[in-house]
Design a protein around this ligand. Structure first.
Ligand SMILES: Cc1cc2nc3c(=O)[nH]c(=O)nc-3n(C[C@H](O)[C@H](O)[C@H](O)COP(=O)(O)OP(=O)(O)OC[C@H]3O[C@@H](n4cnc5c(N)ncnc54)[C@H](O)[C@@H]3O)c2cc1C
Length: 416
């Protein structure tokens, strides 16, 4: 996988052995869990992180690296429903999440600039209206409307109708960022165990006990941070998340002129379709392109053959470029595409369902739980008050119903 081959040394943390006691136990070594652990450890708590495989084995170490600021809300509707002050506060939180990642980022190829590229005039009109509302009514000025004629400054392919350039957005190497954060957590005395899959969760009067095949942790509080990979560990959490497979390829390193001819400003790009294309240049000048989604439980195996046509539709000039890496991962999607954060009961917390925006939001949600456990609950309260739903249909029907819904959106994509 591209990120593993370019991220340097892994963490090589030993599996949990025997019984131990801690202030908090975190299940899942992705951005949510590692951020929660880092912020708790930095505040002096004794934290244990249990990761089933290796840190970054889930979505956090295999994503597109696109840094797209903000919560996904219809802001005009939000202002009508909740009033201007609450809407502005929520919008500010989305930018705080962005600032958190920028503050934590070290040696992870952080590059500024993100373009939302509209595939139709209708999408562009909606995007323009939203940017105007955000600037003029909410008072946040970071989105530049890019007319069709000016798009070539950012992207030369795709035939887009226009776009929004986000000056606060960008992209990074997700695995470098995550391992860096895990190292910061270790330096603050967090205890990390890879190869430690939690097989049982128990809540008692004095906290939680979690068990792996080779040990257990008893802690005053627990944080479940497994997102789309929750599996059978919590059927309740699983009902809120639809795992959608997303597919990525990396070309061979491109000559400087060719890379600059595709994405002159090196911004990341995501298009406005529901099943979107998103892409960017890596620090070593590869085009990292993601396109096509599937809603089956098992991801496709022919990833390069599946994604390449999407890439060539945007950049036909890459017909001869070698594809060096291809991979997939599961994105955790909620019904309203808003992340969810809360308490499973007792002292067991969770955050998940970033619906394609976890690079910025997952570290923030992890921190929100850490802050809440330390007694600073403002952000946690704000985020946990957002509307949260489960997918309809029960365990058997959820997949088929979701597929039907996706087919509807795919049809809308084709109609523009
Ligand atoms: C292909 C792909 C592309 C994406 N592109 C982007 C993008 O460009 N921008 C963006 O913002 N977001 C993107 N996302 C989404 C983003 O990566 C996620 O929202 C985010 O990484 C979720 O972080 P997390 O820590 O909650 O979950 P994860 O990173 O999935 O971590 C969960 C961890 O829990 C572990 N685990 C599961 N069960 C157990 C257990 N029983 N015991 C112990 N550990 C367990 C897993 O091994 C895993 O490491 C993408 C996702 C994918 C898959």
């Amino acid at each position: 996988m591209y990120y593993i081959s370019t991220a340097g040394e892994g963490l090589n943390s030993p599996p949990l052995q025997g019984e131990t006691v801690a202030d908090a136990v975190v299940i899942g070594g992705g951005l949510t869990g590692v951020s929660a652990a880092y912020h708790l450890a930095r505040a002096g708590a004794d934290v244990v992180v249990l990761e089933a495989e290796t840190v970054g084995a889930g979505a956090s170490g295999r994503n597109g690296g696109q840094l797209i600021p903000g919560l996904r809300l219809d802001w005009e509707q939000a202002a009508r429903d909740w009033g201007l002050a609450r809407t502005q506060a929520l919008y500010r939180l989305g930018l705080d999440a962005r600032d958190l990642v920028w503050a934590l980022a070290e040696d992870c190829d952080l590059t500024p600039g993100h373009l939302y590229a509209c595939v139709s005039d209708r999408h562009f009109a909606l995007a323009r209206a939203e940017a105007t509302f955000i600037r003029e009514t909410l008072g946040f000025d970071h989105l530049d409307v890019v007319e069709r004629a000016a798009l070539a400054r950012h992207v030369t392919g795709g035939g887009y109708a226009g776009g929004l350039y986000d000056r606060l957005g960008g992209h990074f190497h997700p695995l470098k960022f995550l391992r860096g954060l895990a190292r910061k957590a270790l330096a603050a005395d967090a205890r990390l165990h890879e190869g430690s899959r939690v097989v049982a969760l128990e809540q008692g009067r004095n906290g939680v006990t979690v068990r792996t095949a080779t040990g257990s942790v008893r802690a005053a509080a627990g944080i479940v941070a497994c997102d789309a990979l929750i599996g059978g560990l919590s059927p309740h959490l699983a009902r809120a998340i639809m795992p959608v497979a997303s597919y990525c390829i990396a070309t061979e390193p491109l000559p400087d002129e060719q890379a600059a001819a595709l994405l002159p400003g090196r911004a990341a790009v995501a298009d406005s379709r529901f099943a979107l294309d998103y892409y960017r240049l890596s620090a070593d000048n590869r085009l990292l392109f993601s396109g096509g989604e599937t809603y089956m439980h098992t991801p496709r195996r022919d990833v390069a053959a599946f994604v390449r046509p999407h890439m060539l539709r945007v950049f036909p000039a890459l017909a001869d470029a070698r594809i060096d890496f291809a991979w997939s991962g599961l994105v955790g999607i909620t019904p309203n595409r808003l992340p969810q954060i809360g308490r499973l009961g007792g002292a067991l917390y969770f955050a998940h369902g970033y619906s394609g925006q976890g690079c910025l939001l997952a570290p923030f949600y992890g921190k929100a739980i850490a802050d809440h456990l330390r007694g600073d609950s403002d952000v946690y309260e704000c985020l946990s008050a957002l509307p949260a739903f489960s997918w309809p249909g029960g365990d058997l029907l959820r997949g088929p119903l979701y597929t039907l819904g996706m087919l509807y959106y795919a049809l809308r994509d084709r109609l523009g």
